[in-house]
Design a protein around this ligand. Structure first.
Ligand code: GRF
Length: 219
């Protein structure tokens, strides 16, 4: 029996990705244990989700600190106190500085609602609609010292339709986020991820021949 991977999950809002991780652990598809959920906002609904599952929660409000580093030092202390091995950013709306990134080097994951490197930053789904792409998606990546930039672990693509709104596209992408984030964490837990420069090698990766997503689909 393998030891569950100790996770620390950072949130700022709804926490639906947190819920997907909780559910994947519950279904025994993810060999992990959430040691603590940390929010920078006291009103984040994700805190309620965690508490409903008996997961320890902490609020560390960035507004109470004089600098980003002081805020991050408090985050680091909490994560270390809870013996976290992998930091999971799940809708955490603060940019992390190199100070934090170095404290958990190659042990921080983020999910972004776009096919990076397209549309980094905020309102990625709105950016995709405004650009007019026909395929959008989600990316799970390791965090490096630049925003939405680190080595990519997994991506999922979805179609974009002409009548999409930011809400409909976001919902379609979010459904994929909920699938790929627990999978990426499980790959880490199994020791199958190896960072080589900008790339992530997934050991024993299965391959599907001739899988394409064409939008619009031709008849
Ligand atoms: C997700 O779209 C995630 O990709 C982005 O913020 C959103 C968080 O949603 N970084 P939730 O809090 O997990 O519901």
């Amino acid at each position: 029996m393998t030891v569950p991977l100790p996770l620390g999950i950072l949130i700022s809002g709804s926490g639906s990705n947190l819920q997907a991780i909780i559910d994947a652990i519950g279904r025994q598809e993810l060999a992990a244990r959430i040691q603590v959920v940390v929010s920078n906002r006291a009103d984040a609904y994700g805190l309620t989700r965690a508490q409903q599952h008996g997961i320890p929660t902490t609020v560390i409000d960035h507004k109470g600190f004089s600098s980003r580093e002081a805020f991050e030092a408090a985050l680091i202390q909490s994560l270390r106190t809870h013996q976290v091995e992998l930091v999971v950013l799940a809708g955490f709306m603060r940019v992390l500085t190199p100070f934090f990134v170095r404290a958990f080097s190659q042990r921080i994951m983020n999910i972004h609602p776009a096919l990076l490197p397209a549309f980094p930053g905020t309102h990625a789904q709105r950016q995709a609609l405004q650009y007019g792409v026909r395929i959008a998606g989600a990316t799970v990546h390791f965090v490096d010292e630049e925003t939405d930039h680190g080595p990519i672990i997994t991506q999922a693509a979805v179609p974009v339709y002409p009548d999409d709104t930011e809400e409909t596209l976001s919902a379609r992408i979010l459904a994929q986020e909920h699938r790929i984030y627990p999978q990426a964490i499980q790959l880490f837990a199994e020791g199958r991820l190896e960072i080589r420069g900008r790339s992530v090698v997934v050991h024993n990766e299965s391959r599907l021949p001739h899988v394409t997503l064409r939008v619009p689909e031709s008849r």
